[in-house]
Design a protein around this ligand. Structure first.
Ligand code: SF4
Length: 459
């Protein structure tokens, strides 16, 4: 489901209605895929707005539609192709970008009528294609662009992408092929963006990239000066400076490298949130090696124990792949034992999918689909118990929460510091009146289930 500008799927005019001369050309936008793709969409939209284009909320109000695709899993590719087909049927003028755009021949074969295809994070190429088919107005309305750029997330939280690409070569993944090697953004640029977000009212910054722990490595941790302070382009300095902005700062996609240990004290002292999103993917050393995972040789359980000693509140989120080629029952049992021991807070689990072009597809001993599903169900059942226990242990506490909105039943939905938006659980508040999104308040936790907490505003 596209996650950007609302674009109702109701049948519309196949081709846009003629516009009055004074109206700026309008772009419809469909954004698919992960938070990193969402940030690419925000960048393209910001540039379009700066050039004077209008952003259309529906297909029929658009002169041209951009579809930012995802190409990671087979299901995501199918969804992307479907979205392109829908945009063509509803509007007729379509430019495709994003991860699936790295394979233009696949898109052109399915839809020869698309106007142009560009790859991931190719903002300039997308703009060129748009200019060629829908020239920008003569007078750009630069003042219409907020300093923080256009955001597709609610006003109170925002993703901050610190690098592009990835220097790792996990055997099940084609991201480095699609997005290239690691390119870290300059630290001052990242901090300027973060500052602008906070000035615009953002209360929570979610730091993302393909491998956040690798931030700055390609720049050899180059020194720089920001606000009179000499800093190094590395994770620790990034976290410390973001922590000074006075908002929640949450780290996604880190790996258990030794240098990540250095940010845990920042979590313990409250500079950044006590939260780490680490995609471990497996626990059997044999499978991790076959997966070519970064930090596979690190003593992960020991490291988690030490992190929790320094920061007892630390919440860890992770994802795992079961049914990787060659995974035996013993490997899988090792993974379950790891989960019992690690007692992670939130876990997602996928069955191995042979993504076209991934090295892992050539590995022997594929696991039958039925067995993959069975393992996934066993893993999730175990984790559900662990997550429920960890949530139950918080009942009775008073915790700061950030209000995200109101659900269909009129209940106020908030989030604790230990939960990221969209992927983790919620704190469902019993409040007499709805509380505006973006409000920070203390809540007394009164109950829990396997996913969510229940609470009430605390006086
Ligand atoms: S760390 Fe591995 S899984 Fe993640 S993007 Fe890089 S290669 Fe892919």
């Amino acid at each position: 489901m596209p996650a950007s500008i609302p674009h109702p799927r109701r049948p519309g005019r196949r081709h846009p209605a003629p516009r009055r001369r004074a109206e700026p050309p309008a772009i419809g936008f469909v954004s698919l895929g992960c938070a990193k793709a969402l940030v690419d969409s925000e960048r393209i939209l910001t540039r379009l707005k700066a050039e004077g284009y209008a952003i259309a909320p529906s297909y029929e109000g658009a002169d041209l539609v951009v579809v930012n695709t995802c190409g990671f899993l087979l299901s995501a590719r199918a969804e992307s192709l479907e979205a392109i087909g829908e945009a063509l049927a509803e509007n007729g003028k379509v430019v495709v970008t994003g991860c699936l755009g790295a394979e233009p021949e696949r898109i052109k074969e399915a839809y020869p009528e698309v106007l142009a295809v560009t790859g991931p994070h190719q903002t300039e190429a997308v703009l060129e294609a748009i200019h060629a088919h829908l020239p920008p107005p003569h007078a750009p309305f630069l003042e219409l662009v907020p300093r923080q750029g256009l955001k597709l997330t609610p006003r109170h939280y925002a993703y901050l992408k610190v690098s592009e690409g990835c220097r790792n070569r996990c055997s099940f993944c084609i991201i480095p092929k699609l997005r290239g090697d690691l390119v870290s953004r300059p630290l001052t640029e990242v901090l300027d963006e973060a500052e602008a977000l906070v000035a615009a009212g953002v209360k929570e910054i979610l730091v993302i990239s393909q491998d956040t722990s690798a931030y700055g490595l390609d720049r050899r941790y180059e020194p720089t000066v920001w606000r009179g302070r000499t800093l190094e382009t590395r994770l620790l300095d990034l976290c410390r400076e973001l922590g000074r902005l006075g908002v929640w700062v949450r780290l996604h996609y880190a790996y258990p490298y030794p240098h990540v240990d250095a940010v845990i004290p920042l979590m313990a002292e409250g500079t950044i949130l006590p939260y780490l999103d680490i995609p471990f993917q497996h626990a059997s050393p044999r499978i991790l090696k076959a997966m070519r995972r970064p930090a596979a040789a690190e003593r992960t359980l020991e490291r988690i124990r030490e992190w929790r000693r320094i920061c007892p509140e630390l919440a860890i989120r992770s994802t795992f792949i079961v049914g990787f080629p060659g995974e035996t029952e013993a490997d899988f049992e090792e993974l379950l034992a790891f989960l019992e021991e690690a007692r992670l807070d939130r876990v997602g689990c996928f069955t191995f999918e042979p993504v076209e072009g991934a090295a892992a597809n050539a590995l022997p001993d594929p696991v039958p689909e039925e067995l993959k599903e069975e393992r996934r169900a066993r893993l999730m059942a175990l984790q559900e118990r662990i997550s429920a226990e960890r949530l139950a242990a918080r009942v009775g506490r008073v915790e700061p929460v950030l209000v995200d909105g109101v659900d269909e039943e009129g209940r106020t939905i908030a989030r604790s510091r230990l939960d990221a938006p969209e992927v983790d659980g919620r704190v469902i508040l019993a409040a007499a009146d709805p509380i505006p999104p973006g409000t920070l308040l203390d809540a007394r936790i009164t109950g829990s289930d396997a996913h969510d907490l229940f609470g009430e505003p605390s006086d």
